[in-house]
Ligand binder design. Structure first.
Ligand code: NPQ
Ligand code: MG
Length: 368
């Protein structure tokens, strides 16, 4: 196999409702799509880097530059026998996992299409239906939050995650727990707290949360280990886990009991599978995180979620929770049981709508 051509496009899509986290508010997503031509077969990937370096260091601009100036030259003209070899070919570039993942995932899609098999089967997935949870942004009032949770539960979603930040934490959780005593509930702080906040975070132990996601520094595994010793509630790490080494360190140190896996954050399927396998061997459950993806990234998240140890519902939801109109056909839909049926077609199993993508594109570049 050889990468013959790589087409980068930036599309811009307005969210149906703004999404607020402890690091900021997003209303418009700038999304970098990668189209890879592998021996004449087209595969698609999505770069999940943000508009600014506030969740992670990469941005749409840095990813574009790295893809064009460093990843394309690392792959073009190179022969490989499977997408599983792509990670090693890109390894000379340090970091920039979101850029790497977008290209690697596109090549996995192309390989699956070339073989005529669903990508989820090619990566070793074991289930044809995945469980779904929702991630709810920070709301101005508890009333608004409560109404939103009510609506998502009515839609069938299996667990509710709310974003928290200092000043919007214990009270909203207490209120939700009172109103919904038995739901699967969790919080995500996106690194908004410090070690000194341990007493405040300990108050959350009273509400039987499934987990507290990434309360402390985005790259600080050690402090999470100290905090986990003081908490009954399980810590789940997101931002801290950039690869297998981080997962191994975090588990060994007792910094978390659950790990959120995102393709972009760990650099693609090869490392996502290594993190998955390691966690499975240590009996640490994983689940698939979300990055407000278009249908392309969403489809990849669905494929990833079919691996055996993705035993908790992920942040993988229906297209229409985010977009008025998605860029894939069909759109992603969720059953009333809060599940997604994994598609059986080749590759990611959804068809990119090229005319729609071109219409949304504000920038493109073809490398060949
Ligand atoms: C998380 N996602 O699990 C992330 C955070 C996040 C669905 O909760 C632009 C780019 C906007 C990256 C919003 C969810 C984003 C973003 C949220 C990442 O922590
Ligand atoms: Mg998170």
């Amino acid at each position: 196999m050889r990468l013959r051509r790589m087409t980068l496009r930036e599309i811009q899509m307005p969210l149906v409702i703004p999404f607020e986290t402890s690091f900021g508010r997003t209303t418009l997503r700038r999304i970098l799509l990668v189209e890879a031509d592998v021996d004449g077969v087209i595969g698609w990937g999505e770069c999940v880097a943000g508009e600014g370096p506030f969740y992670a260091p990469e941005t749409v601009e840095t990813a574009w530059l790295i893809l064009r100036d460093f990843l394309w030259p690392s792959l073009s003209g190179k022969e490989f026998s499977t997408a599983a070899e792509v990670w090693d070919l890109l390894a000379r570039v340090r970091g920039h996992n979101m850029a790497k993942a977008s290209l690697e995932a596109a090549i996995w899609d192309a390989e699956a299409r070339q073989r005529g098999v669903p990508l989820w089967q090619l990566i070793g997935g074991v289930r044809e239906e995945i469980g779904c949870g929702v991630s709810i942004g920070i709301k101005e009032t508890d009333d608004e939050l409560e109404r939103t949770v009510e609506r998502e539960l009515a839609a069938g979603y299996q667990r509710i995650k709310i974003k928290v930040k200092p000043g919007r934490d214990v009270e909203p959780v207490a209120r939700l727990r009172k109103r919904f005593p038995t739901i699967h509930l969790m919080v995500d702080a996106n690194s908004a707290y410090r070690q000194e906040d341990a007493p405040l975070l300990q108050q959350l132990d009273a509400y039987f949360l499934m987990m507290i996601e990434q309360p402390l520094g985005w790259d600080d595994i050690w402090s999470h280990a100290e905090l986990q010793r003081k908490l009954q509630t399980s810590i789940c790490l997101d931002e801290c886990i950039h690869g297998e080494e981080h997962a191994r360190a975090a588990i060994a140190l007792g910094a978390c009991r659950i790990i959120n896996v995102k393709l972009g954050r760990v650099g693609g399927y090869t490392i996502a599978r290594r993190v998955h396998d390691l966690c499975q061997s240590k009996q640490v459950p994983v689940w698939c995180g979300g990055m407000l993806e278009s249908g392309i990234g969403r489809a990849h998240n669905i494929a990833l979620s079919t691996l055996a140890n993705f035993s908790l519902p992920g942040d993988v939801t229906a297209s229409r929770r985010y977009w008025a109109e998605d860029v894939i056909e069909p759109e992603v839909t969720v059953t009333s049981a809060g599940t997604i049926h994994v598609p059986s077609g080749p590759g990611i199993g959804y068809e990119p709508r090229l005319p729609r993508i071109e219409q949304l594109a504000v920038r493109r570049e073809v490398l060949s």
